[in-house]
Design a protein around this ligand. Structure first.
Ligand code: ATP
Ligand code: MG
Length: 397
């Protein structure tokens, strides 16, 4: 069933209890664009405690912002009480909110006209800022005075550019100019929030449009790590980066292009998880090697996933579309590998000790690596008999 249909009983229940309730924000925008709707957001005149008393299963996830999570038929819905954000400090999202009486007042606090549209369960639209028109024109326009809105919450500048990439829209002139004149305020925003927007930007339909805007508005010069990277980002615009698939590929390419002295430090400063840092650095390390030829050993060490990412990036660096990569060649080479890890070996270190009757030492590790190499390269069969024979000869030498 369509997401909206599934959520309608929630709105109807609120209305039956004497409150107003609307679909709002991204879901209404995406429905008008006919784009896949990610999550359903609901705005209501009911106070959080009233929402919690109406629905049997709720989680008070953001009470200070007026948000309650309602669980209905196994799905989660964010229900937020009509509110404004009255006090802004330091150009950041406010710490307190004030509840308001009408949906119109609630829509006023939202960032862009396309995100400030409400819809009733009967699909009637409430659109005080003509957001639907702007959607039609592919325009991103602030609700109210753009400069003021970016001064209230500087993250909105990046959200705007992120939507340019995701929706393939344009900023209207006022919005563009307001970003240009308030760019340095982005420095007040927590890196975690910046990072979410940058990644959505990179993975959107038109990452080049977004990067171009970051450069032209000079917002780029105020983003962490990228103060001095304008030339390098300009070079990215010459490459078919829109054909890249995941955020690790993008990050590896950015690190490679920007040629940072300490790439790991950069990723740490972006507060990424250790797992992600490792993934990105693995690909980055491949990129800075001289062009890789895939021997059995190299593919065994690197693994199929990273090998494919590397080859996709090589194509992009050669100005070719990453989707052109014929993964079959690498996959078939990989599928023919005799083993995939040490645990696939037919023998253990203890076997070698037993066969040799010599005391363990550094030699053991070395000889295991040598046998592993021979097996991966199909120069020795992975069975105990063959290994024992080879090992006997090795001992004699
Ligand atoms: P997405 O498709 O990425 O979820 P979205 O527009 O739904 O995009 P959310 O972060 O889910 O973005 O926010 C939901 C709604 O809340 C927005 O559509 C907008 O109306 C409002 N909103 C979110 N962040 C801000 C902000 N920083 N300033 C003003 N309004 C905001
Ligand atoms: Mg959303």
């Amino acid at each position: 069933m369509e997401l909206f249909e599934k959520a309608k009983p929630i709105l109807e229940k609120l209305i039956k209890n004497g409150f107003e309730a609307y679909f709002v924000g991204g879901c209404v925008r995406d429905k008008i664009i006919q784009r896949n709707v990610g999550d359903i957001d609901i705005a209501t005149s009911a106070l959080p405690e009233e929402v919690m008393s109406i629905f049997p299963k709720t989680v008070p996830t953001g009470l200070q912002h007026g948000t309650v999570l309602v669980i209905h038929n196994g799905e989660q819905y964010e229900i937020t009480t009509f509110r404004t954000e009255s006090t802004y400090h330091d150009n950041r999202r406010p710490s307190e909110v004030t509840f308001v009486k009408s949906i119109e007042e609630d829509l006023k606090r939202r960032d862009f006209t396309m995100n400030a549209i409400a819809m009733t369960p009967n699909n009637d639209i409430i659109d005080p800022f003509n957001g639907a028109n702007d959607i039609n024109d592919g325009l991103i326009r602030c609700v109210g005075d753009a400069k003021e809105r970016f001064q209230e919450d500087a993250l909105r500048m990046l959200r705007g550019i992120r939507f340019v990439s995701q929706l393939d829209f344009r900023l209207n002139d006022e919005t563009y100019n307001a970003i240009h004149s308030n760019k340095e305020l982005i420095e007040k925003i927590a890196i975690e929030r910046i990072s979410v927007e940058i990644e959505k930007m990179l993975l959107g339909k038109s990452p080049k449009k977004a990067i171009d805007l970051l450069i032209k508005t000079k917002l780029l010069n105020h983003l962490p790590s990228f103060q001095y990277c304008t030339t390098q980002f300009l070079e990215l615009l010459d490459l078919p980066i829109q054909s890249l698939k995941d955020v690790e590929e993008f990050w590896a390419l950015i690190l490679y292009k920007c040629n940072f002295e300490n790439p790991e430090k950069i990723l740490r400063s972006w507060k990424m998880s250790n797992g992600r840092i490792k993934q990105i650095l693995n690909i980055y390390d491949l990129l800075i090697e001289t062009k890789i030829e895939w021997s059995n050993t190299k593919l065994y060490q690197v693994g199929l996933t990273d090998a494919i990412k590397y080859e996709r990036l090589q194509l992009v660096l050669d100005h070719l579309n990453a989707n052109e990569l014929d993964e079959k060649i690498l996959k078939s080479l990989y599928n023919k590998l005799p083993i995939y890890s040490k645990s696939d070996l037919s023998f253990t270190g203890n076997d070698l000790l037993e066969w040799s009757q010599i005391k363990g030492g550094p030699w053991l590790k070395e000889v295991i690596s040598e046998i592993e190499y021979l097996i991966v390269e199909n120069q020795l069969e992975n069975n105990q008999l063959a290994v024992k024979e080879w090992f006997g000869n090795w001992l004699q030498k």
